[in-house]
Design a protein around this ligand. Sequence first.
Ligand code: DX5
Ligand code: ZN
Length: 214
Amino acid sequence: MKIAPSMLACNFSEMGNEIKKITKAGADLVHMDVMDGNFVPNISFGAGIIKSLRKLTHLPFDVHLMILKPLLYLDEFATSGADSITFHIESESNPFNTIKKIQKLNKKAGISLKPDTDIAKVLPFLPFIDIILVMTVEPGFGGQNFLMSQLAKIEKLRNIINDNKFNCVIEVDGGINFDTVKLVQKAGADICVAGTSLFKSENMHEAIQKMKNF
Ligand code: DX5
Ligand code: ZN
């Protein structure tokens, strides 16, 4: 299992040090939650902050756009140092145009879906994307409880991806801790995002290792 700590849960006044801490602790990716106060009822940070952190780590930046019009901001996030850009299927941008533009910018393209969104909505795009990001909480806030109802969705996606040999990884986001990581691993996830559980742990290195190899 690859682990992507979410910067949403870090100490915002110490973002530079937090990213160094994640790197030393053995994280695989850095997850950046971008929220616009429209698509979700919360505002986090944008491309300027991401850019300022880019030089502090070699880890890939996994940018999760929870914004209404992702297509309009892709250049900005690509320039900020994103390695993958994931947008929501429920956003207002045309999914095919958004995927095409992300890949034209030489970034991995991801689609995310909210807990109430049926997987039928993302199936047409699976052959073309690099990441499918399954939300296991309502997007907008860290620290929520994992929604068990989403495990079946992860399993279905795993089967579809395997059966069709699609080149797409399954990432799971929300409420991941030492218990839920086991459930999503069993369901077929490749990458787990973890915010609160990692940043609240006393020893981030131990916590990440425990999640990777339980
Ligand atoms: C929620 C974000 C998540 C969040 C996860 O909208 O997409 O990445 O930071 O936080 P935890 O791990 O605390 O649920
Ligand atoms: Zn996220």
